[in-house]
Every structure is written in structure tokens, then in C-alpha cells.
Design a protein around this ligand. Structure first.
Ligand SMILES: [Zn+2]
Length: 269
């Protein structure tokens, strides 16, 4: 019973955060402030009232249109609010029986949030904002060290230093690997195969998942991206597809299912 109540609460919190992530994912790539001006219709600038700010439901009640000018509101917004709500619940369910429970859940929610913001801004603008990567890297690395301390893997400053170097080393290795993949891709396809944002994003992801698992993320993402890429090629569409959302989905699958690299290795043997 307790689990159901918590799940409902976390879903509600999740869709509110999803609404905020829509704002962040929309404004940051446009170099706009996150806090000002308050949410408004992008066409007529009508400031949204309390009822219009309710995630998902406001979209349904307004039938997907601005109340004032009738401008269509993108279905993209309620979809991402819903996805955030669902993923928050999934994180809670996946990490509620771990130790230290609350810290692990918060850690999972923060990482998931970062992936959602990246998806939104990469789908809309083909940009993965540096601010997002830096902000979440700092917070999650600190939280990761604190969880290690709670688990008594860290007992003094020397341990702390080692652990930090270990995390940063993973990022550096992944950065080099992604850079090499890009060079090879550029050589094979004779055009830019991967954006700088993808390289930086995977550096961030490997702080959390480690470099080995991050390579698996790139593999899964390439696989997921394949169908759309083939359709794109058939249509002779010059439009470049963002790769970030696929990386984010792949990273979330491995992270939320708590799959580690040794588990994958065992599957191979
Ligand atoms: Zn309007």
C-alpha cells in the first residue's frame, strides 16, 4: 500500500518536474533565463494562469490550444511531462530496496532528469547545453562520493581523492574513445558523423556508468537509431538526426535496470 501511495506522489512530482524540464530544455539552448519571464504563450505572450500551468491536464482541458490566441500547443510538452512522471516512478521502484535507499533514489532521479532535459533540447534544437552537462556532473559526482562515504568505501581524504580520480579517469577514457569513433566515422562517411555535444554527453554519462558500460550505451543507441536513419537515407533526407536522445534512452535502460558491465560479460560466455 505504501509503495502505491509513494508511486502516485512521485508521479505527480515527476510531471511537475517534467513541465519544468520542458522550460529548461526550451530556454537554455536559446540563451534565455530559466526563471524569467514566467511561462507564457510563445505566440501571443499571454502569461499562463495557475490552471494553465497544471502539467498534462491543462493541455487536455485546453484541447491543445492557447486560450487567448488559439495557437496550437505542441503535444511534445504533455508527452515529456508524462514520460518524466513515469520514469520517476520507475526510478523509485528500482532503487527503493537498495542501501542507502533515499540517497540512491535521489541520485537516480537527478540522473534521469538530466537525460530528459538532454532529450528535449536535442530533439528541439539539436543542442546539448554545456550548462546542463556541467551542472549535473558536479552534483552527481559529489553525491556519488557521498554515497561511497555512507557505504564506508571512503574513510579518509586519500580514499576520497582516489575515488574522484577514478571517476574522472572514466570520463577521460570515454572522451578519447568518442573522439576516435568520430574521427573514424568522419573518415568512413566523409561527413560529420557525430556532434561535439554527443562526445561531451558521453563523457558525463561515463562519470555515472563508467567507461565500459558507456561504450555499451553507444552500441545500443546506434542500434535504436538504425531504423530512423535508414528511413532518412531512403528519403534522401539531408536533415541530420539528433543522436543524443538515443544515447539518453540507452543510458537510462542500463542505469535503471542496474545492469553492470560484468553482468553483460557473463552473458557473452
Ligand atoms: Zn497565445
Amino acid at each position: 500500500m505504501e509503495v502505491i501511495i509513494y508511486s502516485i506522489l512521485i508521479f505527480i512530482i515527476g510531471i511537475c518536474f517534467g513541465s519544468f524540464f520542458n522550460v529548461v530544455g526550451y530556454r537554455l539552448p536559446n540563451n534565455m533565463s530559466i526563471a524569467f519571464p514566467p511561462s507564457h504563450c510563445t505566440k501571443c505572450n499571454h502569461k499562463l494562469g495557475k490552471l494553465e500551468l497544471i502539467p498534462i491536464f491543462s493541455y487536455i482541458f485546453q484541447l491543445g490550444k492557447c486560450k487567448h490566441c488559439g495557437e496550437k500547443i505542441s503535444i511534445f510538452y504533455p508527452i515529456f511531462e508524462f514520460i518524466t512522471g513515469v520514469l520517476f516512478v520507475v526510478c523509485y521502484l528500482s532503487f527503493k530496496d537498495t542501501y542507502p535507499e533515499v540517497l540512491n533514489i535521489i541520485y537516480a532521479l537527478i540522473f534521469t532528469s538530466s537525460m530528459i532535459i538532454i532529450m528535449i533540447s536535442d530533439i528541439k534544437y539539436m543542442i546539448i547545453p554545456n550548462e546542463v552537462l556541467i551542472f549535473f556532473s558536479v552534483i552527481l559526482v559529489i553525491l556519488k562520493l557521498y554515497i561511497s562515504y555512507k557505504l564506508e568505501n571512503i574513510n579518509n581524504f586519500i580514499d576520497l581523492g582516489y575515488e574522484l580520480i577514478f571517476i574522472l579517469k572514466d570520463g577521460l577514457i570515454m572522451f578519447i574513445i568518442m573522439y576516435l569513433i568520430r574521427l573514424i566515422g568522419n573518415f568512413l562517411f566523409k561527413k560529420d558523423s557525430m556532434g561535439g555535444g554527443d562526445i561531451k554527453m558521453m563523457t558525463y554519462v561515463s562519470f555515472i556508468l563508467g567507461w565500459k558500460l558507456s561504450i555499451v550505451v553507444v552500441f545500443i543507441a546506434s542500434f535504436l537509431a538504425l531504423p530512423l536513419s535508414i528511413i532518412n537515407m531512403y528519403k534522401k533526407n539531408e536533415h541530420v538526426l539528433p543522436f543524443g536522445p538515443y544515447l539518453a534512452v540507452a543510458a537510462l535502460i542500463l542505469f535503471i535496470c542496474k545492469i553492470d558491465f560484468n553482468f553483460l560479460l557473463n552473458l557473452l560466455y
